[in-house]
Design a protein around this ligand. Structure first.
Ligand SMILES: [Zn+2]
Ligand SMILES: [Zn+2]
Length: 414
């Protein structure tokens, strides 16, 4: 938790007289004095600062009944460097990891967590807008080239017609990226370039779409822009996380998110903010902000009925210029525990409570090796370079000869 962020919470939440309740709930002691904002008190010269406000990726083993939820994208389709589009990572104490949506720009945030690509193979899509799956290319080809050993697996809804469903989308995604796929197949292992699709009925109401290793994931419809959008509920060890896909307020969410430990739902920018900052016309902004999506006052109404242990609002550019406007709009209708999401916020969830921290992660993270050795190429397609192109090759092998010889000797290659 940065000093700036802590201070902001102190001011805004204090202003609505909820400081004690919210901070108490999230494990902070009432309001946080500024002197403590960086993380408690350092009482000796050689002492260390408590790190309760921050999460350092890769350094914390989860408890056997603990969930870690990380926001990897919380913004808008016109993703920006400071805020990618929708993506949530759910990590469970049993080692399972699930991605919910992989929106534009989110893969860089995922990389900053330094998790081997073999552990982030399972992706659940709420719907097929680019801000919810636009970084599939990054996850697909990034993992393919950097150590993933097996296919990606995608769970996603059907559509009103076959052409509007997830299976069609992924099939044609691979066709659109055919040049990428064929040229990699000629040089890499083929398995990690595959995508397995599990398409399920978008009208299914609270039906199980995934059940393995004690984890149950259910789907129920969302109402958003066109048929074929859904929300998910993940249940594990008696805890429940609900990941709301884009939607206008709907009765299914009210029913199936009730009493969830964490209820994530969009809270779209107000029409005025859409006009002022997001370059929409007033007519567009009103339609998008109150019909296609959920306005912050409506988000508050939903959460006041659902009463989760923690409500998380996302799908708006969260910054100094919008934060208080969104908070005040939500507080018109909801006074319970609330997080306004931004990228790299981290929540640890147990039956005893929920804590919120900020991930402190490197700009320049490398892919991390997993337990499976990186696979060799199996060259399931021939070299995609023709004789005509290779005829233009300038042979400079002489300058690489020594390096290649040393490399082969070191790695036992012929
Ligand atoms: Zn959408
Ligand atoms: Zn969206």
């Amino acid at each position: 938790m940065t000093r700036r962020r802590t201070m902001r919470y102190t001011v805004t939440v204090g202003a609505v007289a909820l400081g004690v309740c919210l901070f108490g709930y999230l494990g902070w002691e009432t309001t946080v004095p500024s002197a403590n904002a960086a993380g408690g008190v350092v009482s000796e010269r050689t002492g260390t600062a408590p790190d309760r406000y921050v999460y350092y990726p890769g350094t914390e083993e989860l408890g056997a009944e603990e969930i870690r939820l990380i926001a990897l994208g919380t913004g808008m389709p016109a993703a920006r460097r400071g805020q990618a589009a929708t993506c949530w990572l759910v990590e469970l104490g049993n080692g399972d990891k699930f991605l919910f949506d992989i929106g534009t720009g989110a893969n860089a945030n995922l990389s900053a967590l330094m998790i081997p690509f073999d552990f982030t193979k399972k992706v659940f899509l709420t719907h097929l807008h680019t801000d919810h799956w636009g970084d599939l290319p990054g996850l697909w080809a990034g993992g393919w080239t950097s150590g993933r050993t097996a296919p990606l697996e995608i769970w996603g809804p059907s559509g009103a017609t076959k052409e509007m469903g997830t299976a069609y989308a992924v099939e044609h995604f691979l066709k659109a990226y055919n040049w990428d796929r064929m040229t990699r197949l000629a040089n890499l292992a083929s398995a990690p370039g595959k995508i397995t699709v599990h398409e399920f009925d978008y009208t299914a109401e609270n039906e199980i779409v995934y059940q393995e290793n004690g984890v149950t994931i259910r789907s129920f419809p969302a109402i958003h822009a066109g048929d074929g959008a859904v929300s998910f509920a993940l249940e594990w060890k008696g805890m429940k996380l609900v990941i709301g896909g884009d939607s206008m307020p709907n009765t299914w969410y009210r029913k199936y998110a009730t009493n969830a430990d964490v209820a994530i739902h969009e809270a779209f920018m107000t029409p005025e903010l859409l006009v002022e900052f997001y370059n929409q016309s007033p007519t567009t902004a009103l339609g998008v902000g109150t019909y296609v999506h959920t306005a912050p006052q409506a988000f508050g109404k939903i959460m006041s009925e659902v009463k989760p242990k923690l409500a998380i609002a996302y799908h708006f550019f969260n910054e100094a210029g919008t934060h208080d406007i969104m908070l005040e709009a939500i507080r018109e209708t909801y006074d319970g525990p609330l997080s306004l999401a931004e990228d790299m916020l981290v929540w640890n969830i147990t039956k005893d409570g929920i804590t919120e921290r900020t991930a402190v992660s490197p700009e320049d993270a490398w892919g991390v090796k997993g337990p499976n050795p990186p696979p060799d190429p199996d060259r399931t397609v021939p070299d995609q370079l023709s004789e005509e192109m290779l005829a233009g090759r300038w042979d400079v092998s002489e300058v690489m000869a020594e390096m290649i010889q040393e490399f082969k000797a070191k790695h036992g290659l012929q």
